[in-house]
Write a protein that binds this ligand. Structure first.
Ligand SMILES: *Cc1c(COP(=O)(O)O)cnc(C)c1O
Length: 392
């Protein structure tokens, strides 16, 4: 029997990290002390207050059954309370909040909810690859919005073709931004609201890094700007902000009809998030320790950021100093032909894993990304190794 995957599977790009993973395995086999600055996965543990709540809830037989299709009311209420407290945004927990198996899941499925074959989605480039892949799975076309350094890594809405804008269904945005570390201003979001209304485009705002920010910056929600909630579904995640990547819980909030369609779609595919994990998520968002935990984590990442930025700058590398999220986005030195060539060279010569900008789209070419997910001595060690190789 011939096994023939569907075209949508054939069209999948070779996964960004597959080739890097192969090289890491070779290095590890050789006994190299590999330093991983590639994938954005927090190195610290989930806070104790969340873990102990989960342990209590796991022991309760009432939590061992299927969760309610619509999500646990207590978790949805916690999301609404957090939005009120953090962003001064009112949400109806019943109609304006959906529970996700991590925000990636919702981001991947939102296109299937709204895109017909031939429709267009506006996708930031460089950007998180799932926006484009979800679009492609739904039979849609990807229109890339370049995020350029001279525009502070915000898309230029005026540069979007009029005909494309009129055909567009969804616009994906992500601030604080992965990979560039940029944040968005209320003025920019106000322009997006106007664009969305003019062209009938639903804004899908990915806010995975909302609580990791530096130098006193407080990233805003798209729903804070006037009219924002009418045009937007915003994706939130507990993964990065609470060191909970493995737990698989996130949420979507915003325009009720959009949230409802996503929930209806999901009801037909998955059966929700383990109730014990929804209770743990509720604890994460409502416990009084939340604010001090977030401050502590941002301070930890900021110290690492400062080390990476100053050492890279010392090597003559041009760095885009991040205002938020936990990455440093920097320019590939001129003597390398491409970001992949640079990253392979660094990995082979030093055992330090970094991500080529090209992996985030064509406008990522010429850059590389460092994840701030190792402690300061390890970060210093990584930077020293890179510096030695570049001097050769
Ligand atoms: C990590 C990440 C996510 C996914 O987070 P989960 O909630 O763990 O699925 C979404 N968007 C961006 C930009 C990310 O970096």
């Amino acid at each position: 029997m011939l096994i023939q995957p569907a075209e949508r599977i054939e069209k999948l790009p070779r996964y960004l990290f597959a080739e890097i993973d192969r090289k890491i395995r070779i290095a590890l086999d050789k006994g190299v002390d590999v330093i991983r600055l590639g994938i954005g996965d927090p190195d610290k543990a989930t806070p104790c207050y969340i873990v102990s709540r989960a342990m209590t809830e796991v022991q309760m037989p009432s939590n061992h059954t299927y969760p309610p299709d619509a999500g646990l009311p207590e978790f949805k209420q916690a999301v609404a309370s957090y939005y009120k407290k953090r962003h001064n945004v009112e949400l109806d927990p019943e109609r304006e909040v959906a529970v996700l198996l991590g925000s990636k899941e919702g981001i991947a499925h939102i296109s299937a909810c709204f895109v017909n074959p031939g429709d267009v989605n506006l996708v930031p480039d460089p950007g998180y690859p799932v926006y484009g892949i979800g679009t492609m799975f739904a039979g849609g076309e990807v229109y890339r919005m370049p995020l350029l350094e001279e525009n502070f890594f915000l898309p230029d809405l005026a540069a979007i073709d009029q005909s494309v804008a009129d055909r567009a269904k969804l616009m994906f945005l992500n601030y604080p931004n992965n990979p560039t570390g940029a944040v968005a201003s209320p003025e920019f979001f106000a322009k997006v609201v106007e664009f969305a209304n003019r062209h009938n485009v639903i804004v899908c705002h990915d806010q995975a890094y909302s609580e990791i920010a530096y130098d006193g910056c407080k990233p805003i929600s798209f729903l804070e700007v006037p009219g924002g909630k009418d045009v937007c579904i915003e994706f939130g995640s507990l993964s990065k902000t609470f060191n909970m990547t493995g737990w698989r819980i996130g949420y979507a909030v915003g325009r009720a009809e959009v949230v409802e369609v996503l929930s209806r779609y999901k009801t037909n595919i998955d059966s929700g998030t383990f109730k014990a994990i929804q209770y743990a998520g509720m604890e994460a968002l409502t416990n009084p320790e939340m604010a001090s935990f977030q401050e502590k984590m941002s301070a930890i990442y900021q110290e690492r950021r400062d080390v990476a930025v100053s050492m890279l700058t010392g090597m003559g590398i041009a760095v885009c100093v991040p205002k938020a999220a936990f990455y440093v986005w920097a320019k590939v030195p001129a003597d390398f032909a491409s970001s992949t060539e640079f990253v392979s060279h660094i990995l082979e010569e030093t055992g330090v894993v970094i991500t080529p900008g090209r992996g985030f789209g064509e406008y990522g070419e010429g850059y590389f990304r460092i994840a701030l997910t190792v402690d300061v001595p390890r970060m210093q060690e990584a930077m020293e190794r890179i510096s030695r190789v570049l001097k050769k």
